[in-house]
Design a protein around this ligand. Structure first.
Ligand code: ZN
Length: 457
């Protein structure tokens, strides 16, 4: 990817790109095409034996979407909005190529390269400029204040509990009246023994035993860079987002209030589980919230709003491409898994026919092509790759409820979100929970607006 982005050598970019999109598709010992055809046929057969029309019908019965039709409706609606934006992005890049005096037509191996050039020309945004404003202790305290304003809860540092590493800190979480809710451990910094990424996990899951609430003990783990010499640990904007995300999962675990452990907190369908986490991401860069925490670590000055605006605008750039390549992969996943029992397909032939059906432009390939689509053929996301954007529709719509009220800390909206979503775990159908909170089904227009994809509609 960095090569495609930075190399000026177009012939090598083309070679690299072809090698990349043909992984598992070279008619050699590592070719996956036949395996995929076989897997798709067997999944359909299994679904048929269990009385379903397709593998997707079987899988989606236990999701929030419930059926392939619901997932398709969302994907198609987003597709219609995103594809024209991607085409416009392609036209902008073609202009840039023409300006450089190249007598060439934009191809797939030019996209990252010219996207980078257009981005630099249009926004002049350097992510490092924000870092001095995002000091770890301030970011943490800022989040505690947000949670306090929303739910009345408090976080108190615990110095008398065992921790598994000197970098780990623990906090007691209490209701406004002092009632114990649970404990959260935080483990921020990267170290050689730690797996990559960021996640939330649960050491003790909430439940009721003999009529008494068993308090949860949860943890968030990240891979942020630690303090450097005299400098305190400073976050990037992406790291602040990740922190808010994991804390959103943590609140889902902490505020859980159900009888059975197996249905508590984050034990909900895959297309619903990212709602509590992603909705918190929306709070991170709101002006009211930045006031709490985004102070320069040396001068104490609050981050200038223009810097945040620049970051947000730069973030909307290339969203047509990113949304289309993601949707193309999701539609491919749904296509493979709605094949009826007994139908034989060739993996790449099927992929090409599906993508032509939707009018995907040749400069964009699905984020994962069939022969290296691990999510759906090797890690349990079959008929489930759509769930990332399903959750995104929910979190954008949910945050709009706070925004529309004129106060992002509106206690009534927060109370309803807590009571109807955060406390209920997997005890009730997700769509029923969502409607109880929002009063209606989610509307994709909020997501389109957040991503700057609402132009075509
Ligand atoms: Zn998550």
């Amino acid at each position: 990817m960095p090569f495609l982005q930075y190399s000026e050598n177009r012939a090598l970019r083309e070679k690299m790109y072809h090698a990349y999109i043909n992984r598992g598709n070279n008619n050699d010992a590592n070719d996956n095409k036949k395996i995929i055809s076989r897997m798709v046929a067997l999944r359909a057969e299994k679904a048929g034996l269990l009385g379903y029309n397709s593998h997707a019908d079987f899988v989606l019965e236990e999701s929030m979407a419930k059926s392939p039709k619901e997932a398709y409706d969302l994907l198609n609606g987003l597709w219609d909005a995103a594809l024209p934006v991607a085409k416009q992005e392609a036209a902008d890049m073609q202009k840039m190529m023409d300006k450089e005096g190249r007598n060439e037509t934009l191809e797939a191996w030019d996209w990252s390269h010219y996207a980078d050039k257009v981005r630099k020309e249009r926004y002049n945004y350097d992510a490092e400029e924000l870092r001095p404003y995002f000091q770890l202790e301030n970011v943490k305290a800022g989040f505690f204040k947000v949670a306090n304003k929303l739910y009345g809860i408090t976080f108190t540092a615990l110095t008398d509990v065992p921790v598994y590493h000197k970098d780990v800190t623990a906090y007691q979480v209490k209701e406004a009246d002092g009632t114990h809710i649970g404990v959260i451990y935080m483990d921020f910094f990267t170290r050689s023994s730690k797996r990559g990424g960021a996640w939330m996990t649960s050491y003790a899951t909430q439940s009721y035993k003999d009529g008494k609430r068993v308090a949860p003990v949860v943890s968030i783990v990240c891979n942020f860079s630690g303090p450097n010499g005299d400098e305190p640990a400073l976050f990037t904007a992406d790291e602040v987002t990740t922190f808010y995300h994991e804390m959103g999962h943590a609140l889902h675990g902490l505020l859980s209030n159900v009888k059975y452990r197996s249905l508590a907190g984050t034990s909900v369908p895959r297309d619903f589980v990212e709602l509590p986490s992603q909705v918190m991401e929306h709070f991170a860069f709101e002006p009211e919230v930045l006031q709490f925490y985004a102070k320069h670590y040396k001068t104490g000055a609050i981050v200038p709003q223009e810097l945040i605006t620049k970051m947000k605008n730069a973030g909307k750039f290339n969203q047509g491409f990113e949304t289309v390549e993601y949707l193309a992969a999701s539609l491919l996943d749904m296509g493979f898994h709605t094949i009826p029992v007994g139908k034989e397909i060739g993996a790449i032939k099927f992929e090409t026919a599906e993508m032509n059906k939707y009018g995907l432009i040749r400069q964009i390939a699905p984020r994962y092509r069939s022969t290296y689509f691990q999510h759906i053929f090797a890690s349990g996301y079959s008929a489930g790759y759509y769930s990332y954007i399903w959750s995104a529709v929910l979190d954008s719509d949910a945050f709009a409820a706070f925004k529309e009220s004129g106060n992002i800390f509106n206690p009534e909206v927060a109370k309803s979100f807590r009571k109807n979503v955060l406390e209920k775990g997997g005890t009730i159908e997700p769509m029923d929970l969502y409607k109880a909170f929002r009063g209606k089904e989610p509307d994709m227009k909020h997501l389109l607006k957040d991503r700057g994809l609402n132009k075509a509609l």
